[in-house]
Design a protein around this ligand. Structure first.
Ligand code: OFO
Length: 172
C-alpha cells in the first residue's frame, strides 16, 4: 500500500513522464516539417518510450492501492531555432527528469517504502542511459555545427543510435 505522500509524489512523476512524451512529440513534428526524417523518427520513438514510462508508473500506483491521476499537461515548445537548440533542450529535460527521480527515491527511503524504492531502481538506471544518449547526440551536433552535409549524415545515422550504444560510448 502506498502512503498518501508517496502516491502524490508518484502522480507528480506520472505527469512529468506524460509531459516528456509531449515535449518529444513536438520535437518529432518540428524535425519532420524541417525535412529531417531520421531525427523525426528518433523523436517519435523517444515520445513513445516516455509514454511507456508513464504507463509503468500508472500501473504501479493502481496496483499498490493508490489512484493514478491523469492530469492536464503543460504545453510543450513547438519550435526551435536550430537542431542544436532542440537537442540541448532534450538533454536539459533529461537532467530535470533524473533530478525528479532522485527526489522520489529520497522520499521513498524517508517513508521506508522499500517496494516503491525497489520499483524506482529501473528509472534510476534508465535515466543514466538516457542522459548518456542525450549527451552523446549533443556532442555530435556540436561537432557538426552549421554544416548542412554533416546534418544530412547525422539525420541518416541517428536511427542507429539506441540508448544502449550511447551508454557504452559514454560510460559514467
Ligand atoms: Fe526520459 O524520462 Fe522517462 O523516465
Amino acid at each position: 500500500m502506498v502512503s498518501k505522500n508517496i502516491e502524490k509524489a508518484l502522480n507528480n512523476q506520472i505527469k512529468i513522464e506524460a509531459e516528456s512524451s509531449q515535449i518529444y512529440l513536438a520535437m518529432a513534428c518540428w524535425a519532420e516539417v524541417k525535412g529531417l526524417e531520421g531525427v523525426a523518427g528518433f523523436m517519435y520513438d523517444q515520445s513513445n518510450e516516455e509514454r511507456d514510462h508513464m504507463l509503468k508508473l500508472i500501473k504501479f500506483v493502481n496496483e499498490r492501492g493508490g489512484h493514478a491521476q491523469i492530469s492536464e499537461l503543460a504545453a510543450p515548445n513547438v519550435t526551435f531555432t536550430s537542431f542544436k537548440e532542440m537537442f540541448e533542450k532534450l538533454f536539459e529535460h533529461e537532467v530535470f527528469v533524473s533530478n525528479s527521480i532522485n527526489e522520489l527515491v529520497h522520499t521513498s527511503l524517508q517513508e521506508k517504502d522499500y517496494a516503491t524504492h525497489n520499483f524506482l531502481q529501473w528509472y534510476v538506471s534508465e535515466q543514466i542511459e538516457e542522459e548518456a544518449m542525450a549527451r552523446s547526440i549533443l556532442d555530435k551536433i556540436n561537432l557538426i555545427g552549421d554544416d548542412k552535409g554533416g546534418l544530412y549524415l547525422f539525420d541518416r545515422d541517428i536511427q542507429q543510435i539506441t540508448v544502449s550504444t550511447a551508454a557504452t560510448n559514454n560510460p559514467q
